[in-house]
Design a protein around this ligand. Structure first.
Ligand code: ZN
Length: 112
């Protein structure tokens, strides 16, 4: 799961004119829009469980073909990178789990 921010020039209903807004995304979905001028925040409901399920499902589906492609393109590099991947995987999984836990906390707070 990934949280990203973009800036856009949008019309603010509170300021009654166009201003810079920060748009927050959770994966590909807009989670919040905030006016940089007045600070008005529009939070949109994000179904985190659904986002997580979607992502895990996509990863599992694409994994075998991804590994086959890498194997086909450069066998020696694929084999050399394999031990490093196996070693770094638990750390990455741990980091990602920590990040996802943070998202659940944040979005639970926003719902109240
Ligand atoms: Zn505004």
């Amino acid at each position: 799961m990934k949280e990203t921010r973009l800036e856009a020039f949008l019309y603010c209903t509170q300021c009654k004119q166009e201003h810079h807004h920060v748009i927050g995304y959770m994966n590909d979905r807009i989670s919040e829009i905030q006016c940089r001028n007045c600070g008005r925040l529009l939070s949109l409901k994000i179904d985190l469980a659904h986002e997580l399920y979607d992502e895990v499902y996509r990863r599992i589906r694409s994994k075998p073909s991804r590994m086959t492609e890498e194997y086909r393109s450069d066998v020696s590099r694929f084999l050399l990178n394999l031990p490093a991947r196996v070693v770094s995987k638990p750390y990455r999984v741990f980091q990602e789990a920590k990040q996802i836990r943070g998202y659940f906390k944040k979005y639970r707070v926003n719902k109240r």
